[in-house]
Ligand binder design. Sequence first.
Ligand SMILES: Cc1cc2nc3c(=O)[nH]c(=O)nc-3n(C[C@H](O)[C@H](O)[C@H](O)COP(=O)(O)OP(=O)(O)OC[C@H]3O[C@@H](n4cnc5c(N)ncnc54)[C@H](O)[C@@H]3O)c2cc1C
Length: 331
Amino acid sequence: MHTARRALCVKWPLGSSIGYRFSSAKTQPEPTAVRYKVERGPYAVIGDAQASFFTGLLGSERVITDADECEIYNVDWLNSVRGMSRMVLKPKSTEEVSAILRYCNEQRLAVCPQSGNTGLVGGSVPVFDEIVISMKLMNKIIHTDELSGVLVCEAGCVLQTLEEHLNRVGLMMPIDLGAKGSCLIGGNVSTNAGGLRLLRYGNLHGNVLGLEAVMANGKVIDCLNTMKKDNTGYHLKHLFIGSEGTLGIVTKVSIQCPTLPKALNVAFLEYIWSLRERLAESQTKVGYLFKYDVSLPLPQFYALVPKLKERLKDCDIRFVTGFGHIGKLLT
Ligand SMILES: Cc1cc2nc3c(=O)[nH]c(=O)nc-3n(C[C@H](O)[C@H](O)[C@H](O)COP(=O)(O)OP(=O)(O)OC[C@H]3O[C@@H](n4cnc5c(N)ncnc54)[C@H](O)[C@@H]3O)c2cc1C
């Protein structure tokens, strides 16, 4: 267990810190381990015996070893970091995730959980040859309680699919972000993603009612509560929200979903909206980029940009831009 927990924690040291640098989308990023001179831990290397174990467990179609196929799981959305994984596993159930982690723990094999691979801080891709555990096939909607607005689903459901499913019964997801067509709810929970609805509907610590997760030794933690009021014992779910795979793999979540508004008043911002949603993507075309993710009090929200421009005026920097989510709750 100790081994796999450490293995599960293998992350690029700059993981979710605030500063990072990435290259243009047209070039293949340098391997993370080379660029950041990170040393591989004392983990085992996948051999024939391990490969046969995984094939026996999942079938050959859900064990990807083809180098070209593995490549998309090795590079992040920003094309900024690159791992060297030679195996991607695609479990379809909690039991399979548990069996994989238990075996990896026993065999000292490092793993990297991956959902939609839209994270912007390099945490979703391996650094070395960690086995990627892709959650994409764990995509069942388990239950929707239209009366209480509670959705229970597997962690691999695409955020947009959940939104469309809920809209049909007069509900909506409490979270929305530009990556909604690709990111998975387990990835959202694991990054404690914020997004466009945060100010109105609160963050995931408030909206996630419960979750199920598998620890590094394969033990399943069942905290899949569906009640809004739960005053029993410790609330372990909060440890998993935002833990980015370092404590285990989230396999199921239950979420409190708001009622879909009956009317929408739309100001003429739609063209602007598209610009906003594609800002992150457009920046990747410029070249090398340092990106900082900060929260600032509303009155000072733009003060950082002129300050940075001033400080960087002697450097060879083409742009300093500020964008993000700005919001104010009307009372
Ligand atoms: C266009 C765009 C807009 C975005 N807008 C926002 C925004 O407004 N607000 C915001 O907060 N973020 C935003 N993001 C980043 C956001 O964090 C991710 O898009 C999303 O939450 C990550 O989900 P994912 O499924 O892609 O996870 P991945 O990127 O695959 O994984 C993210 C991290 O979680 C871990 N992980 C993934 N799944 C699991 C699991 N089941 N169990 C345990 N660990 C897991 C991974 O190892 C990795 O460390 C945006 C990204 C893009 C590309």
